[in-house]
Design a protein around this ligand. Structure first.
Ligand code: NAD
Length: 459
């Protein structure tokens, strides 16, 4: 597989794709390693994970540069991502010594529970945040005593491979963390199908997530699914309209809109709708799209020509309310675009027009659709009128309304008067078809362990 820099279209590496037999060999190695890794004492497992985190810190700039070259991330984002990998490893390095069971009162003996590791875990990763998403699965899985095989996305295997090398340098035993680049339908599918892989953590499209859930069901294989999104950014008339409008573009265009949490539907209370659109348009026109290595760039290219074609299919010649600019020449550039609801558009009705498609489908690019709403109930109805439920934002100065709407919106990660949704120490995941299970936060190890109950008679 030729690995291409999306900002220049230059081939930067060639990577061999694993076939099913190679996946089987990796599973054998991971099974062998599990026998010893699970019995490494909690303190030593913690120390090894901390050393891995320190290696990442030592190589943070190198990892960031790999991600800039391979995924077109801006320098600021890529450096934050390398720091996030380090922090997630440090956070879960604290977990092996805290992976407590319970003692439950019973008659005639003692009852205790143990959190047992599952065995070999497969982590299947998308191309949009390669090293970060990989680590959200890897760190708690390793902390709980599992061994892990990562299948990175076809287009973006470079940071994953480097992280596996750094894990070895940190002293993690051979076979505890392996990275196997390969095609989804070949290497990914084999991980899902292999009877000795006890759990799959899949992040990617809802379409492939459903397929994996169905295949895993035949073995009652555990799955965590982090899937697509079409999140709402709800702006009430009483909000700080300047802040709401100036922050809205990067809440959807960050990482060129290739973000599962992108607030790609902006719902604005009708009385401030026109005012908001004017402010939003100015903010979008000011976005600097360009060379990811330039510290001034806020947005880089899309991941591939194929993906750019798909994103472009949502933006017709007419219907664009405002657009930014982007470089021409080599690179998969796309200018950020704002689509405004055509007169008479009913966001709760079905439809087949171009705006309806952009308003309802996950575009995964720098395109945002804006619609007006009448009141709080209408806003919640529109926000929930989707099969997705990953994230969302609420802008209002009324704290009661903020809480009411946050409780009413069917999504896993909401923010009020901000757009933050991912902190490694708080839980992350989706409602409805945006996913199954939660990653990160204090309880992540529960997704990588089975609870075993043991009764010991004292009679
Ligand atoms: P994708 O579903 O095409 O691929 C994701 C991964 O699955 C890749 O590694 C791919 O090789 C593999 N894969 C493909 N077919 C497979 C199969 N049959 N069996 C096993 N593995 C298979 O997704 P993508 O295009 O890489 O990523 C974009 C999608 O990911 C978007 O929908 C986005 O919303 C979603 N995403 C979700 C989250 C989240 O946390 N909820 C985070 C990032 C991205």
């Amino acid at each position: 597989m030729k690995i291409v820099n999306p900002a220049t279209e230059e081939v930067i590496a060639e990577v061999e794709m694993a076939d099913a037999t190679e996946v089987d060999r990796a599973v054998e190695r991971a099974k062998d390693a599990f026998a010893t890794w699970r019995s490494v004492s909690p303190g030593d497992r913690a120390r090894l994970l901390r050393r891995f985190a320190e290696k990442v810190e030592d190589h943070a700039e190198e990892l960031a540069r790999l991600e800039i070259a391979n995924a077109g991330h801006t320098a600021g984002n890529a450096r934050w991502e390398a720091g996030n990998v380090r922090d997630v490893l440090h956070f879960y390095a604290g977990a092996p010594e805290r992976d407590h069971g319970r003692q439950i009162p019973v008659a005639g003996g003692v009852d205790v529970t143990f959190q047992e590791p599952l065995g070999v875990v497969g982590v299947i990763v998308p191309w949009n945040f390669p090293m970060v998403i990989m680590t959200w699965g890897v760190a708690p899985a390793l902390a709980a005593g599992n061994t892990v095989i990562v299948k990175p996305a076809e287009w973006t295997p470079l940071t994953a491979r480097r992280l596996a090398e750094l894990a070895l340098e940190a002293g993690l035993p051979e076979g505890v963390l392996q990275v196997i680049p390969g095609e989804g339908e070949v290497a990914g599918a084999r991980l899902v199908d292999h009877p000795d892989v006890r759990k799959i953590v899949f992040t990617g499209s809802t379409e492939v997530g459903k397929l994996i859930a169905a295949q895993a069901a035949s073995q009652v294989k555990r799955v965590t699914l982090e899937l697509g999104g079409k999140s709402a950014n709800i702006v009430f008339a009483d909000s700080d309209l300047d802040r709401a409008a100036s922050s809205a573009p990067m809440a959807v265009f960050d990482n060129s809109g290739q973000d599962c949490c992108a607030r790609s539907r902006i719902l604005v209370e009708r009385s401030v709708y026109d005012d908001f659109l004017v402010r939003l348009s100015h903010a979008v026109q000011a976005i600097k799209v360009g060379d990811p290595l330039d510290p001034a760039s806020e947005m880089g290219p899309l991941i591939s020509a194929e993906h750019r074609d798909r994103v472009a299919s949502f933006v017709g010649a007419e219907g664009v309310h405002a657009a930014g600019s982007c470089p021409s020449g080599p690179g998969y550039w796309f200018a950020p675009a704002v689509l405004a609801a055509p007169a008479g558009f009913d966001p709760l009705a079905g439809g087949s027009g171009a705006f309806h498609r952009a308003f309802t489908e996950e575009i995964f690019g720098p395109v945002v659709s804006v619609v007006p709403f009448d009141d709080e109930a209408h806003a919640v109805q529109i926000a929930n009128n989707t099969t997705y439920g990953l994230s969302g934002s609420i802008w209002t100065r009324d704290v009661g309304r903020a809480l009411r709407v946050a409780r009413a919106v069917e999504a896993g990660n909401l923010s009020v008067n901000s757009h933050s949704s991912v902190r490694y120490w708080t839980p992350f995941g989706g409602f409805k078809q945006s996913g199954l299970g939660r990653e990160l936060g204090p309880d992540a190890l529960a997704a990588f362990t089975e609870t075993k109950n043991v009764f010991i008679s004292t009679e």
